[in-house]
Design a protein around this ligand. Sequence first.
Ligand code: NDP
Ligand code: MG
Length: 400
Amino acid sequence: MENICRIAEDKTYKKYSATDENIYPFRLMPKVDGRRRVVLLGATGSVGSSTLEVIRKHGDKLQLVGIAGGSRESELNAVADEFGVSESVLFSRDGEPGLEYLATLPEADIVLVATTGTAALRAVLAALEAGKDVALANKETLVAGGHLVKAAEQKSAGRVFPVDSEHNAIFQCLEGNRTHGSIKRLLLTASGGAFRDKTLEELKNVTVDDALLHPNWSMGPKITVDCATMANKGLEMIEACRLFDVEPSQIDVVVHPQSIVHSMVEFCDNSIIAQMSKPSMTFAIQHILMYPERKEGIHESLDFSKMMNLEFRPPDEKLFPCLRLARQSLEAGGIYPLSFNAANEVAVDAFMHRGLPFLSIPAIIEEVLENVHYSLPDTVDELIDTESRIQADALKRLTF
Ligand code: NDP
Ligand code: MG
């Protein structure tokens, strides 16, 4: 135990590093009165409500001290009442400074980011600058502004912890196992989304309602459409490179329709470690909010007394070109991941609300990527400006 504490206290071991001693390579902020104090951005959404489930169950360990929502005021007020939260911010009324205010609350230990898009980029940077830990469910922030987040993390006493289920699985698989050069590849599992068994011909006429029928997960609408195009897995490849400092060539996607294996790591000896559980975000959220402790979970165990099939197959990039486009963006680096994300947001919004055909989503992204001519901004203001320009460009390309 003494050894573990020494490592945890030593700043040089805070990141995954080329050492075989990193038993707890990350360290969360210490708890006060035995409870970790949580700010939740996106409290009225899908990940938000799973986070509330975890805090409700483990009220002796976790305390909600600040919440933000987008527009659903009455839902946000109900959360504030139930958890006795005095600091709440509604984005539609308070705007972005409200998120930064919450992310830097002196009483907060950890900020769980469950907003959509890049709305919380400034708040993530502010939280790290204030030395807070960040539990990141929101992947768009890392895809678009990963370099800014990593730079802020380098200087911070706080860390970024992965809550996206695949990345949380990889984080768990790596714990105690990562030594210099030991990772061969990360295997990101994908359910395949609503259209995993469709043909290209059938995809021509799918509707928004069809796309929102995810076979395994109940999530917000944007990410559910991203699963149907597999852009979500594309974003996650980029997210994984940012979080775990691996090369794009070290990431593979595996379609796993049951969503029981949440991702895997293959080591240089060809041995693979996987993390498994029922498909619910509460596992990843609880793992991080309690880290490094383990407590009773919300969902029951997997039942091995019954027949259970686990299938794995390669993804079809012809059917789901978003995967190819994301990989190309990741390999090209620079402005491309941000552009992929910005174009995808515009195209998905147009599919959901303006009748853009499903197969035009990758077509719009590809056109934007072929024509983008910006360099990667190195300040947050420039980044947000560049993102808006790319989104405006994508909007102009919507012809239907
Ligand atoms: P939802 O659409 O269900 O929820 C989004 C939340 O963010 C809502 O509370 C919404 O508020 C709030 N919000 C939106 N814009 C703002 C803003 N500008 N300021 C403050 N709050 C805002 O999304 P999900 O929970 O599905 O996803 C959240 C993030 O987590 C996404 O980045 C997604 O990719 C990622 N993720 C989600 C998973 C899931 O299971 N859902 C799994 C893994 C990752 P309101 O509703 O009040 O307008
Ligand atoms: Mg995921």
